[in-house]
Design a protein around this ligand. Sequence first.
Ligand code: BES
Ligand code: MN
Ligand code: ZN
Length: 510
Amino acid sequence: MKFSVKFHNNLEKQNTTCIVVGIFESRRLSLAAEQLDTISNGYIRSILHRGAVQGKICQTLLLHDVPNIRSKCILIIGCGKTSDMNIKQYKTVIDKTISTLNDTGIAEAICFLTDLNVHIKGYSTYWKVRHTVEVSHEALYRFHYLKSKKVAPLLSLRKLTLNIPTRREIIIGANAMHHSLAVVAGIKIAKDLSNMPPNICNATYLSLQAQQLSELYSNTMTTYSVGEKKMTELGMHAYLAVGRSSHNESLMSVIEYRGHKDKNARPIVFIGKGVTFDSGGISLKPAEGMGEMKYDMCGAASVCGIMKVVAELRLPLNIIGVMAGCENMPGGYAYRPGDVITTMSGQTVEILNTDAEGRLILCDTLTYVERFKPEIVIDIATLTGACVVALGHHHSGLLSNYNPLAKELMVAAEQSGDYVWRLPITEDYQKQLESNIADMKNIGGKYAGAITAACFLERFTRRYHWAHLDIAGTAWRSTTNKGATGRPVSLLSQFLINRSNLNEQIESTQ
Ligand code: BES
Ligand code: MN
Ligand code: ZN
């Protein structure tokens, strides 16, 4: 599907299949609907007064052959109460618009919903474009690579032009479109990788994705991977223990992007948990829902997605993405509850549950990345079921050892609508990890599991500013609309866009 932005002044002359305009409750016309009504000599109002469509949220009305209008049809979409218009309602309206256009078999449309008077902070033209593209992309996403019969394309909608309300704002609109297209390309990579089954998507597959990406952007990107032999030399015994019983080799894939004018400027490092299948190991998970543990590499997939966005936008930063790939399986060679393992940092860990494996691969990766002298390290992991208990499926967990970084992430989350909620890390929680025979245990007991998992990681991050995103509840959906969400690519792309000051020269994005 093709997206574009344009400033349209003559509505009647638009020779497209469909024009999309909004109406609010009690038949209050939006600006564009008002214009169409005038051009058509009151046709729109008269139809509305005859029918049942009053502008309730997501009501739709498709009008054909409207007098004096060249476009074949007009889609009127209910936007609810003006006073209720907020980020969520706007996205709901866009989602409904896209599915209606697509289901109706419309191939081309010009969307005037960008003129809705949304007075809430963060609703500049920039953000309306960004959200429209991201929501449309989400609504039209399908994963059909593995169907034996090639399904006829589900998508009839091929071209969507977003109207930019004023000529003055066209640069802002084009800039927003440029950012959006990069972000949705990154989200698509993350979703496709995440949805891929674990017999195909193993750690080697992840490293192939890294290679492909860096070949595409060879001017700015390089990649290499660290296998089991090298890990042994480095003393990454926690990481190695997790993958020990799998036939698929553990592989840590590193993607380096140098976009800063100073190639040696300290980088921002992203680390993604890439457990391509988490059976639980000897502490085997119950059968029900185990198939969903193919998603235990969503963190790594999001890192791949973020690197795509970074390269596509040529951000003026140095950024390193690390996908920590491996598979957690039971077997005769598996690590066991009771084992004590020495991590790369030298700290020892008493394993009490082999299903708390994410923190073990991450702790060695966190130590490994010290060599990059990072300004910031952010890890992204489907780390704990406890995070799902705490926050459900709407907010990702955010934990950090550095308040300014946590705040930056919270701002980016609000802007992108890819929400996070901060949880504490304190000494009191650290106590839950104390072991009588090693430096720490790998589990912290029944309570505050998302926090104690982060406390574990925190012990390996004392050399830099660090944040941890627990995406166990947000990375995929298991009920309606099953599949990967691509989160938190949108959040982290925004975090990086903000850091790059890209929008400063154009206009504030607020
Ligand atoms: N990958 C899981 C976490 C998970 C569970 C994510 C369910 C999404 C849905 C992780 O490796 C795990 O198994 N964590 C354990 C930790 C426990 C043994 C301390 C958990 O959450 O049960
Ligand atoms: Mn596990
Ligand atoms: Zn796991």
